[in-house]
Every structure is written in C-alpha cells, then in structure tokens.
Write a protein that binds this ligand. Structure first.
Ligand SMILES: [Zn+2]
Length: 128
C-alpha cells in the first residue's frame, strides 16, 4: 500500500475496515435478494401475467442496479486506498476530511465540490 497525503495510516486502516464491512453487507443483501427472487418465481410459476411479471422484474433490476453501483464505489475506494489516492477530491484535488469519509467512506468529492454538484443536479436533474 502506498502512502497517503491526506490521511494517516491509522485513519486509512479504520476506513478500510468500514469499507470492507459495507462490501460484505451489500453482497449479503444482493445474495438474499437473488434467493428471494428465485423463491418467488417458483411459488408463482405461470400464474403471474406478463405485465405484473414485467413490473416486478423492472423493480428488482433497479434495486440490484443501485446495489451494484454502491458495490462498485466500494471497490473503487478500496483500490484507491492501495494506490494512495484515497481521500483526495476527484474534482479539485483537495483532501476530503476524515470525518466526512467516516460518515461516507465512498465519497469521491470534497464537501465543497459535492455541494456544487448537488446544486447542478437540482438545476439540471439527475443526469448531470
Ligand atoms: Zn473538491
């Protein structure tokens, strides 16, 4: 693991622990979701008409998509820890505060850039 200009080795260890814990939780959630889906499909079989089935699938896809995205962020954060770039704002290069990372260990932006981004999102919608 490379040195980090924003965080001490102890802080990195603490955040890594949190990230690995979150990863374990998300993976368990996804697994549980998949098991429930498999179970539900056996239960309902052919009775479910296409439209309801489609709605269910769409709904579940969205949940998994959200979890998958979060998981990707966790993996990325762990990779950045190894590379020594964790805790550095991706937009302006400033250090993200340790307190902020403890609350949101997958944070990619410092609070200033995050607020700016949220302002843009409110103005132009989620796509920005
Ligand atoms: Zn920034």
């Amino acid at each position: 693991m490379k040195g980090n200009k924003c965080l001490t080795a102890e802080q990195i260890q603490e955040l890594k622990k949190i990230l690995e814990e979150r990863r374990r939780e998300v993976l368990e959630d996804i697994k549980r979701g998949l098991e429930e889906t498999a179970h539900a499909e056996r239960e309902v079989g052919d009775i479910v008409d296409m439209s309801t089935d489609e709605i269910l699938r769409t709904f579940e896809m969205r949940i998994r998509d959200r979890e998958a995205k979060y998981l990707k962020k966790i993996e990325k954060a762990l990779r950045k820890i190894e590379e020594g770039t964790y805790g550095i704002c991706e937009k302006c290069g400033a250090c993200i505060k340790y307190e902020r990372l403890k609350l949101r260990p997958v944070a990619e932006l410092c609070i200033k850039c995050k607020l700016e981004q949220e302002k843009l999102e409110r103005k132009f919608g989620e796509e920005q």
